[in-house]
Design a protein around this ligand. Sequence first.
Ligand code: NAD
Ligand code: UFG
Length: 330
Amino acid sequence: MNILVTGGLGFIGSHTVVELIKNNHTVIIADNLVNSKLEVLDKLHQITGIKPTFYQIDVTDADQTERVFTDHQIDGVIHFAGLKAVGESVAKPLEYYYNNLVSTMVLSRLCLKYGVGKFVFSSSATVYGENEVPFVETMTLLPTTNPYGETKKISERILEDTSRANPGFSVNLLRYFNPVGAHESGLIGEDPNGIPNNLMPFVTKVAKGEMPRLSVFGDDYPTVDGTGVRDYIHVVDLAEGHVAAIEKMGEGVSVYNLGTGKGTSVLELVNAFIEVNGVDVPYKIVGRRAGDIAEFYADASKAERELGWKAKRGIREMVRDAWGFEKNNM
Ligand code: NAD
Ligand code: UFG
């Protein structure tokens, strides 16, 4: 298939491009580089031997984006492009609503206009709110605490309504849990600008000596050791999930959790990082972070049943590959 990957130079998008090419798909990338670097395109070339067609465009711009649809016979769209920093979304709500919603609407409209019937969307476990664990796709979604989470909920709704009204337009909504790790080559990985918000990129910066220590946000949660529990998923497993999702597209809208189904605490992850990589990660327990939930992990059985996809890599591979990428970029 000819697949348009928006945000294809970003963290999850770049790993998905590799897996799509490995599975003989032709990839066209659209990215405005707001949170990625052009050199990732060369890294993709190095890994796959193929340099995907690249458009440096903003997918909220309907005219620029339409060019991609007139230049290529697109069979499917995987829409990663979006802003994703929870804290920043509270400070800049309009930027988040505009970027994340307008991009989804522009792309859906173009799919209808050009008869593109397969659409895969990057949603998030954040849409569940503070639900009982494990999170199951059939749960009633609870309120989220920030504009970022709302952009995911509203995008899901826009795509559901659009698909219902246009039966040829099939959508897979993928709710990611906590993507970490990197490609085993160490050439692509997570490379956030500035001070990282998320646990794993912060841990790698501390291990590298760029940050003095990790702050562990709270050790008084009702969890295995009091620290927050999440369902970390290796980004290559997640990327493989996208290949399955675009290849096994059903009719209408389907929702899938992409996680491992297993929870890991902050301290379990940090200790695995120290043990596997043989490096020190100084940390200090501090107060809870506002808006954090004690524990969440996926019921990942639906994706296995319907897409034939299951995460294969464990925490040890995740910490090894996260460090492998960071070391390569020293
Ligand atoms: P990322 O920031 O690394 O990648 C997003 C890419 O989209 C970047 O390359 C950025 O330059 C591009 N982009 C943003 N707005 C654009 C626009 N208007 N036009 C063109 N390009 C644009 O983020 P990621 O971690 O790879 O996340 C990909 C998607 O998955 C996002 O939609 C994110 O919200 C979602 N998601 C991520 C996580 C996570 O923890 N990483 C969890 C759940 C969902
Ligand atoms: N944590 C620390 N110290 C840090 C960073 C994080 O102790 O410096 C803890 C958090 O308190 C939490 C765990 O590590 O218990 C994971 O935190 P992350 O920030 O890495 O991930 P979150 O689960 O909070 O959020 C992520 C994405 C959101 C997404 C959510 C659900 O950042 O965009 O997963 O998919 F909405």
